[in-house]
Design a protein around this ligand. Structure first.
Ligand code: FES
Length: 126
């Protein structure tokens, strides 16, 4: 049912934890299942230099948060805003259709954290 990449990111998730002095934090919830995801960003010169997540959710939500953090690390804020749940799912070699909504949580959490950063640093957003 799950690809090897999903199982790998679920079992050996990358970037779990929190960043105490994060520059941007985003928390989102999935109304369908009640799962919650929190993303922390560290930003330098418009580039995401560190990112960590905490997910209280299903395996697919954990695997997609792990993959999403890997995908935005080293990227600019603008690039991170373009991350889609579809791209995350593709990077994981696909998700079962009933689990696609879980990947949406990863997209929304990254976007929420970037938007939080931009709100706190309006001078950097042009
Ligand atoms: Fe809740 Fe997957 S079932 S995020």
């Amino acid at each position: 049912m799950y690809s090897e990449k999903v199982m790998d990111h679920f079992s050996n998730h990358r970037n779990v934890g929190e960043i105490p002095d994060a520059d941007g934090v985003g928390t989102v919830g999935n109304a369908k299942c009640g799962d919650i995801m929190k993303m922390y960003l560290k930003v330098e010169d418009g580039v995401i230099v560190d990112v960590k997540f905490k997910t209280f959710g299903c395996g697919a939500a954990i695997a997609t948060s792990s993959m999403a953090t890997e995908m935005v690390k080293g990227k600019t804020l603008q690039e991170a805003l373009q991350l889609t749940n579809k791209a995350v799912a593709e990077a994981l070699d696909g998700l079962p259709p009933v689990k696609m909504h879980c990947s949406l949580l990863a997209e929304e959490a990254i976007h929420a954290a970037v938007e939080d950063y931009m709100k706190n640093h309006p001078e950097e957003v042009k």
